[in-house]
Structure formats: structure tokens, C-alpha cells
Design a protein around this ligand. Structure first.
Ligand SMILES: [Zn+2]
Length: 467
């Protein structure tokens, strides 16, 4: 036993020393002269991005097209806009990669009101269909409400669900630094199925938001094949407060809601891809991207127009500063992140089977706030190496390089040595997410442009130093 402990201690000691040696030795691979030189380049990216605001105006153009849900006419307009823009920016090669995408439309009827209640009869509720919901039929869905806060509470009251409309009255945990999205998103995705399983006829979901307003937030909902599909909507946060109060006064009140959303056959769509060829290692690819589709509420400025334009601007910043990359830098605008990830699936199959090697794949899909961190999915040696670049990344506002998830799209590219998520300040992210609030006016030009500069700096470091 004692011997074993000794051995364990020795192994632990060697591991710690080795880990220290790894990061120290990597830190020393950059000479002071190089660090000074790279810091200068980082500051040039910052100055160029902030002074020109070119990306900001490009984002205005993209969002002027309107919302860009997969399969919509607008999404195709945006795809062609992006292709033409990449060509006019002078990228070496620009192409569209075909992807078949799901096609769902919201329709033009989203009405809900309280019926069968003396006090509140006729009171309207602001609702939006959850993405992928089925329609209600002309007369709508009408029933009493079973209000629950969790899947557990629903299960405990499953005998009461039959023939009723389930109301998931669940808020984000506002006490968490992250805003608490992790504890609620699954109610939007799996809520309708879980309610239908116990015989419910419809689903109301308290809008998933950190903003105290009445604009419901949509997002994908997934039906399983085994359970009968029921219509599902998000209810404005303020109207959810009202409904909670009204149900205390009159637990027997009934709600009627109508939707005429519709599913269509899969539609032809595309990923938009543009690249600048590497001068020294053209077959080593560094990817930077976002998703070109958005939900159909708002105009997808923050989610994820910002990430698409920042990715395009990374390549454009290289061009504007006349920096020739040694490796190929490729911008990929993925289609269908919001309700299927089909673009990521098609691109990753192409990348993973290509003779070209994906060195790194970076994604910006966490909003347009000021730079904070890069979250990296890779082996510890690679992460340790990138961490030694922090003094350079600091010039753009990046405070941290951490191990963690990357992004919904680049996460698919398993052959990439490192998958990287750009992680800006995000306290307002869920104020806008998937709602009418996601407009161009919420974009702060300096915060947004600093994001392009931060991303360009890390891409530049990978290009120059390799991984
Ligand atoms: Zn997104």
C-alpha cells in the first residue's frame, strides 16, 4: 500500500513537472522579439477593424435582407449576397456547397386568448410557434391548463395531463453567471413530446429569455416518431407572469390558441465558402465561420449574422493589411445550424475525407459582445501552446484561453486538430436570442469589430506558428 502511494506520488510529481515543462517550453518558443512583433500585428488588426467599421456595414447589408430561416427565399438571397460579397472582397476562391435543408414556415396566424373564465375571458396572450411546431387547425386548440415547472413535476401529475394544455412555467435561473439557458433549453426542444406522452393536446412554454418583456423567443422543437405531435408555442414572459397569476385565481380557466405553420419538403440550399490560399502550406486549412441561417423572428443580427460577417472580415483584414497567409484560411458560412445542422454535417464529411488537413476550425456563434475568451476543444498540448499566446491575444481584449466546447457547427469537424469557439461577453445574449429583439440596432460597432480583430489575431497566430 505504502509502496503504491509512493509510486502514485512519483507519477503525480513527474506529470506535474512535465505539464509545467510543456507550457514553459512552449512559452519559450516565442522570443521576446517575436512577441513584440506579433503584438504589433494584433494592434493593427484592432485599429483597422475599429477605424474602418467595414464589417459593421456589411452586417447592415446582410440583415437588411431580413430573417433567414433554412429553406426560405431570404436564406437563398443571403447565400447569394455572401457569395457575391466574398468575390468582391477578392478572395482567391469562392463556392457554394449544396445542402438539402428542412423547410418549415410559421404562417401568419399566431393567436391565443383566455376563454371560459369570468374575469379574464377574451384576454389575449402574445405567442409565437416553436420552430417546427405543427398547426392547430382552424378552430385552434382549446383546453384547461396544467401548469408545471419541470419534467419531474409533469411526471408526478401525469394523470392530470390528458386532454389539457401543458404550461411549462419555467424561467431561466437568473442567479447564474451564464444566465441559465442550460437549465431550460431542453423544455423547448423536448417539452411538446413529454407533454403529448401523457395525453396533453398542446403546449405553452414560458419564453426562454433574460429580458423582462413580451417578445416570445422561438427555437427548435423536436418530435419523436412514437408520440402524437401536438402544437407548441412560446408565451411572452410578461404574459406568462399574467397566466401564472390568472391560474391561481381561476385554475379552471381555458385557453384557445391557433397556429397555421406548415412543413414543406426539404429544400435545396448551400454552405457559402471562400478562401485565401496559403503561400507556403496551401493544403493546411484554417477554418473560420458562423451560420448564415437565422430564426424567422428578428433579423438574426446577433445570431448569427455577426459571426458570419466577423468570419468574412477575418479574411478581409488579412487583405486590407496586405498580410499573406502561409496556410489556407477558409471562411465557411454554414446553413441550417438552427434546426438541423445539415450544413455542418455536409461540410464536415467533406473536410474529414479531404486530402487537405484541417489545422483548426473556429466558430463565432455566441453573439457580438466584447472579446473575452476562446474556448478550445483539443488535446492539452495544443491548448497549452495557444495559452502561451495570451499576451498577444490580450491586445484585442481576450482575457482567457480555456479548454471546453467549441461550437455547434465546427464541433462536427472531427478531423480538425483544434475546434475553437469565440466567446465574447454575453450577458445580453439571451435578451435577443431567437426573437424579434434580434435586430441590427442591438449591435455595438466597437464591440462587434473588436471580435473580428480578436478572431483575426488568433487565426494569424495559428497561421504563423502552426498547431
Ligand atoms: Zn446561432
Amino acid at each position: 500500500m505504502k509502496k503504491f502511494s509512493f509510486l502514485l506520488l512519483a507519477v503525480l510529481f513527474i506529470s506535474i513537472s512535465f505539464a509545467g515543462f510543456i507550457s514553459d517550453s512552449n512559452a519559450q518558443t516565442l522570443s521576446d522579439k517575436k512577441i513584440t512583433e506579433y503584438k504589433k500585428v494584433a494592434r493593427q488588426f484592432v485599429r483597422k477593424a475599429l477605424e474602418d467599421r467595414k464589417g459593421y456595414y456589411l452586417l447592415k447589408e446582410l440583415t437588411d435582407i431580413g430573417p433567414r430561416l433554412s429553406g426560405s427565399e431570404n436564406s437563398i438571397k443571403a447565400i447569394h449576397w455572401a457569395k457575391q460579397k466574398m468575390e468582391s472582397l477578392g478572395f482567391d476562391k469562392v463556392w457554394l456547397q449544396p445542402v438539402m435543408v428542412p423547410h418549415w414556415e410559421r404562417g401568419n396566424i399566431e393567436k391565443a386568448n383566455i376563454v371560459s373564465s369570468k374575469k379574464y375571458k377574451g384576454r389575449k396572450l402574445v405567442i409565437r410557434a416553436l420552430g417546427g411546431s405543427i398547426a392547430t387547425g382552424e378552430n385552434g386548440i382549446q383546453g384547461k391548463i396544467l401548469s408545471v415547472k419541470s419534467f419531474d413535476e409533469l411526471r408526478a401529475n401525469k394523470d392530470q395531463a390528458k386532454g389539457k394544455i401543458v404550461f411549462f412555467d419555467r424561467s431561466l435561473d437568473q442567479g447564474l453567471y451564464s444566465g441559465g439557458y442550460g437549465g431550460v433549453w431542453n423544455y423547448r426542444v423536448f417539452g411538446p413530446d413529454s407533454a403529448a406522452k401523457y395525453g396533453a393536446i398542446g403546449l405553452l412554454l414560458r419564453s426562454i429569455t433574460t429580458k423582462y418583456d413580451n417578445n416570445p423567443h422561438t427555437g427548435v422543437t423536436i418530435y419523436s416518431e412514437k408520440v402524437k405531435k401536438i402544437p407548441a408555442v412560446a408565451v411572452g414572459y410578461l404574459d406568462s407572469d399574467f397566466l401564472r397569476m390568472a391560474l391561481i385565481e381561476d385554475p379552471n380557466l381555458e385557453v384557445n390558441f391557433k397556429l397555421n405553420c406548415k412543413w414543406f419538403p426539404d429544400a435545396q440550399s448551400y454552405n457559402v465558402i471562400g478562401e485565401i490560399k496559403g503561400s507556403k502550406y496551401p493544403d493546411e486549412i484554417i477554418i473560420v465561420g458562423g451560420h448564415i441561417d437565422s430564426w424567422d423572428l428578428g433579423v438574426g443580427a446577433n445570431d448569427d449574422g455577426a459571426g458570419c460577417i466577423q468570419s468574412m472580415e477575418v479574411l478581409d483584414l488579412f487583405k486590407r493589411l496586405k498580410i499573406k497567409p502561409q496556410r489556407t484560411i477558409r471562411c465557411v458560412l454554414f446553413i441550417n445550424e438552427e434546426n438541423g445542422s445539415r450544413g455542418a454535417i455536409v461540410y464536415s464529411a467533406f473536410a474529414d475525407s479531404s486530402h487537405q488537413k484541417t489545422i483548426a476550425a473556429m466558430e463565432s456563434d455566441a453573439g457580438s459582445g466584447s472579446p473575452r475568451a476562446f474556448s478550445i476543444d483539443s488535446d492539452s498540448l495544443t491548448i497549452a501552446k495557444i495559452k502561451t499566446w495570451l499576451p498577444i491575444l490580450n491586445q484585442t481584449g481576450i482575457l482567457q484561453v480555456r479548454k471546453g466546447g467549441s461550437g455547434a457547427d465546427v464541433g462536427h469537424i472531427k478531423s480538425a486538430k483544434a475546434r475553437i469557439g469565440y466567446s465574447p461577453e454575453g450577458q445580453r445574449y439571451f435578451d435577443y436570442h431567437h426573437s424579434d429583439n434580434d435586430q441590427f440596432s442591438i449591435i455595438h460597432p466597437r464591440e462587434f469589430e473588436l471580435g473580428s480583430a480578436a478572431m483575426a489575431t488568433l487565426i494569424y497566430m495559428i497561421d504563423r506558428e502552426g498547431l
